[in-house]
Design a protein around this ligand. Sequence first.
Ligand code: HPA
Ligand code: ZN
Length: 324
Amino acid sequence: MTEFITQLPKAELHLHLEGSLEPELMLKLAQRNKLFLPYDDIAAIKAAYEFGNLQDFLDIYYQGANVLQTEQDFFDLTWAYLLRCKEQGVVHTEPCFDPQTHTDRGIPFPVVVNGISAALKQGQTQLGISSYLILSFLRHLPEEAAFKTLEMALPYRDQFIAVGLDSSEMGHPPEKFERVFAKARAEGFKAVAHAGEEGPAAYVWSALDLLSVDRIDHGVRAFEDAKLIQRLIDEQVPLTVCPLSNTRLKVFADMADHTILKMLDQGVMVTVNSDDPAYFGGYVAENYQAIYESLAMTPAQLQQLAINSIKASFLPQDVKNSII
Ligand code: HPA
Ligand code: ZN
């Protein structure tokens, strides 16, 4: 089945570049940049990756991102991820990054975006992997900070296609960012937002109605609201579901409890993604494999998930048609 999953042409639509920082690269960059890490070795880093909830994870994820300092570091991070894409049959990717995680500790925005963009370009020319970058705002910070980030990013507008919203969900509903999303859309960007990961189905409604997002990141808690599920089906709103993330962050106690197959069967436009693969124990193919094993999926259902990922991407229709 691993081979079957690998050969399916897939798009990855929910991937935090900072969350693809493998412990090996984290140690290497800490040494290169002469930074102190509170871990002695790779085993100690991996031992810290036991999370009770989203916030437990975020605390460690932001700490890990501190080793990213130079344009070369952001290039190396992104390139390592693209090599995984190549191995796993990901033909197109729409990764996101959190500028504020870096600018707030003094790393200039162009250092971050230029390092990432250079690797993405090389991914296209050397690996044949196409990509669009997504700029995410941190929702635990004020909307004013998101506005400043957008202003800072506008001179680099050709390097990203959409804005997103991530970080601590509870207590930071989409409505907090209504004005900055309106501004980003007026500037011509597409929009996505994390909603219904830990937060309630109400956050999915407000991401759709107030932020006018094109896709919902996660959205698994929509399953608790039958009217919302009907809307997602009627409007074919894509959900970028991340099964291993959901079990590692205890959104579902067990993979056998995951609702992705039920949603697929009902006609929801669900896709499979890895979120933060270095922290959650698997890239996109391991996520397909995990749901295949735990939910007794058929090859046809796995193929449908891969087709959905291409359909739900921001690729032009003619390119989608040529892949599917
Ligand atoms: N949820 C919210 N914010 C995040 C995540 C996530 O799964 N990963 C990185 N930032
Ligand atoms: Zn995410």
